[in-house]
Design a protein around this ligand. Structure first.
Ligand SMILES: Nc1ncnc2c1ncn2[C@@H]1O[C@H](COP(=O)(O)OP(=O)(O)OP(=O)(O)O)[C@@H](O)[C@H]1O
Ligand SMILES: [Mg+2]
Length: 245
């Protein structure tokens, strides 16, 4: 069974067809990058997977179960974890408190009102380790660098133990060093969790060395390893040529 199956999905906004007859399948252990020009429909795919938008046509299956008609919260409970384009962290809280708040968001009221449990502490420590911010645990989030804020937000998504991770432009605005560190972080995470990463930075896409899907005007232009995609004439003309891949 696939982790995610998008079957012939179409999404229209008035006269604009943002996603057209889209088919996309993600395996249980897959890390997939989606690239494409501005307005190609990349974020719309995430909105359709997460339930912020409903398809006009077609079906989305998560672990064999249809997501059509399910709320954002229901899909999140099923294990779909999403990081948005801009970080949504609590600036006045420490790194560790941000992670605890995120972890508690998924817990019951009983757990929230009881003293901090060992399980929660362990979970937060594990995530701190994974995002390599252990030495920043007591730093107030607003004092973090741009890259560290992005890693913290990825960590906040990880506290809910997602079964599929969706990252929308995780390296936006990062320095080359931060971008490199993010590629390593995502590779580590994806040893355990399948993920879809929307990216503009092709150096990053090369770095994580995974299959890519090229989206253009709501349809898939090409799919496969980056070296094959880089040779594809249609892709070069529509997108990559301008990027000098
Ligand atoms: N809620 C909405 N209402 C109307 N039009 C929308 C809505 N969301 C997206 N669109 C339009 O759908 C198209 C695809 O948008 P989308 O945000 O998915 O592109 P994208 O590939 O993520 O672009 P970018 O690289 O700039 O983030 C665009 O033309 C956009 O203006
Ligand atoms: Mg977008």
């Amino acid at each position: 069974m696939k982790c995610l199956e998008i079957n012939k999905v179409t999404k229209r906004f008035g006269g604009l067809t943002a996603i057209k007859d889209l088919n996309l399948k993600i395996d249980e252990s897959e890390l997939r990058c989606i690239i494409g020009p501005n307005g190609a429909g990349k974020t719309t795919i995430f909105n359709l997977i997460c339930g912020n938008l409903e398809p006009d046509d077609g079906q989305i299956l998560f672990k064999g179960e249809s997501l059509n008609g399910m709320s954002v919260a229901e899909r999140s409970r099923l294990g779909i974890g999403r990081k948005f384009q801009s970080p949504a962290i609590f600036g006045c809280l420490t790194v560790r408190d941000n992670l605890e708040v995120a972890a508690l968001g998924k817990a019951s009221i009983r757990k929230i009102t009881s003293p901090r449990t060992g399980k929660l502490q362990y979970q937060v420590e594990e995530v701190l380790e994974k995002i390599e911010l252990k030495d920043k645990r007591d730093t107030v989030a607003q004092e973090l660098s741009h890259g560290e804020k992005q890693w913290l937000e990825i960590g906040m998504v990880l506290t809910s133990s997602p079964l599929l991770l969706l990252l929308d432009e995780p390296t936006a605005g990062m320095t080359p060093a931060e971008t490199y560190r993010t590629s390593k972080l995502i590779q580590r995470i994806c040893e355990e969790i399948p993920a879809i990463v929307i990216e503009h930075d092709l150096k990053f896409v090369r770095e994580i060395g995974t299959d890519i899907t090229v989206l253009h005007r709501g349809s898939i232009l090409a799919e496969g390893p980056i070296d094959e995609i880089a040779q594809d004439e249609t892709v070069r003309q529509a997108y990559l040529g301008k990027k000098g891949l």
